[in-house]
Design a protein around this ligand. Structure first.
Ligand code: HEC
Ligand code: HEC
Length: 333
């Protein structure tokens, strides 16, 4: 009998290391995330994904990593209007934050990739960003003993591109921001927001109409809208229209999360608005007129004091005390 108990205990130990051995801790205000079947989170996979994310060897000349454009200290975005890839080349759009990106089915400003797994290999192959073919990238990483060993441990294979995508996606799912003053307020602590931020919160969900699109725990409906940014350019970036070919999608982009918004300037898909003051002025005027402008945009007639309160809510209310400021890991040799 004792032997049987021991045996069962031993089997259950093995089962815990091989299956889903990592439980994501959700900060206050966030909901459980859908983790795709076949890419369950494990400690070892997340660790591997973190190394890949910070490793410039995923680029042709070893100069650019995912973290070059998605820097933890800059809100997992970067401070430029456009981001810089290999050989000083500039991307056509601004780098969005990847905080809470695991909640989004559609990835990129125009939703052209699906899920984090579907996104992760894009930048590696972009000639502007990291500029490697997948074959080159896999061959390069297979020469690094530490990676070969970790891929064996995690996936039971040498380095493969689906493995790279799964590991990076798993790491990205751990970059979460919640537990901000707004979440505490919502959970019942009415002193969590200052008076100005509380007035701003009422405007956000009321007169300023921000919550028509920036809704739910991630302050995004994860849908595409035309708010007019860049529509006065010739030719404009038509955004989602490139993917769907539907006229109604012309100039539409994915609603951005507003979590940690104080850290991710400049704003919008083209980085054209430098500050939150500029953003609020933009919305106050009703966006930029064009035939596909979303009907939820109209002049808001906010007073100077109301604009200031709204900005206070965005800055103070949505910045977490447990900001995910991860340090770069040691890289495999
Ligand atoms: C040279 C800069 C650069 C590099 C390197 C880079 N990115 Fe990005 N990233 C961007 C830009 C720019 C966008 C937006 C592009 C667009 O929407 O068309 C983006 C978008 C994303 C998104 C979509 C987020 C969302 O909310 O839609 C994710 C996720 C992401 N990148 C992860 C990664 C990963 C993982 C790597 C490394 C394998 C990486 N990025 C490398 C600049 C970069
Ligand atoms: C009709 C839907 C809609 C409404 C209403 C709306 N937004 Fe947005 N918001 C978006 C979309 C879509 C984007 C991305 C647009 C782009 O880059 O072209 C965005 C982007 C932003 C950004 C930039 C995020 C980043 O990371 O670059 C901020 C800040 C912002 N909105 C704040 C607000 C505020 C404050 C309000 C209310 C005054 C508001 N939004 C109302 C849809 C909306």
């Amino acid at each position: 009998m004792r032997f049987l108990t021991l045996l069962l205990f031993a089997i259950s130990c093995v089962a815990t290391v091989t299956a889903d051995d990592y439980e994501l801790q959700y900060p206050l205000g966030l909901k459980p995330m859908r983790i795709p079947k076949g890419n369950e989170l494990t400690e070892a996979k997340i660790k591997l994904g973190k190394q890949l994310f910070f490793d410039p060897r995923l680029s042709r000349d070893d100069t650019v990593s995912c973290s070059s454009c998605h820097e933890p200290s800059k809100g997992w975005s970067n401070g430029d209007d456009f981001a810089t890839g290999v050989r000083g080349q500039r991307t056509g759009r601004s780098a969005p934050t990847i905080i809470n990106a695991g909640y989004s089915y559609f990835q990129f400003w125009d939703g052209r990739a699906l899920m984090l797994e579907g996104q992760a290999l894009g930048p590696i192959q972009s000639s502007v960003e990291m500029d490697l073919t997948l074959e080159e990238c896999v061959a390069k990483l297979n020469k690094i003993e530490g990676y070969r060993k970790q891929f064996q441990d995690v996936f039971g294979t040498d380095v493969t591109s689906p493995g790279i995508a799964r590991a990076i996606a798993s790491f990205e799912r751990t970059i979460l921001s919640g537990n901000a003053p707004y979440d505490k307020f919502k959970a019942g602590d009415k002193s969590a927001l200052s008076d100005a931020a509380e007035r701003g919160r009422k405007l956000f969900f009321g007169k300023a109409n921000c919550s028509a699109c920036h809704a739910g725990p991630n302050f995004s409906d994860f849908a595409f809208h035309n708010i007019g940014v860049g529509m006065d350019n010739d030719p404009p970036d038509v955004g989602r229209f490139n993917e769907t070919d539907m006229l109604g999608d012309r100039g539409s982009f994915k609603t951005a999360t507003l979590r940690e918004i104080d850290r991710t300037a400049p704003y919008m898909h083209d980085g054209s608005l430098g500050t939150l003051e500029d953003v609020v002025d933009f919305y106050n005027k009703g966006g930029i007129a064009n035939p596909q402008l979303d009907e939820e945009l109209f002049p808001l007639k906010l007073t100077v004091a109301q604009k200031a309160d709204l900005i206070t809510f965005l800055k103070e209310g949505l910045s977490s005390e447990d900001y995910p400021d991860f340090k770069p890991p040691a890289l495999p040799k």
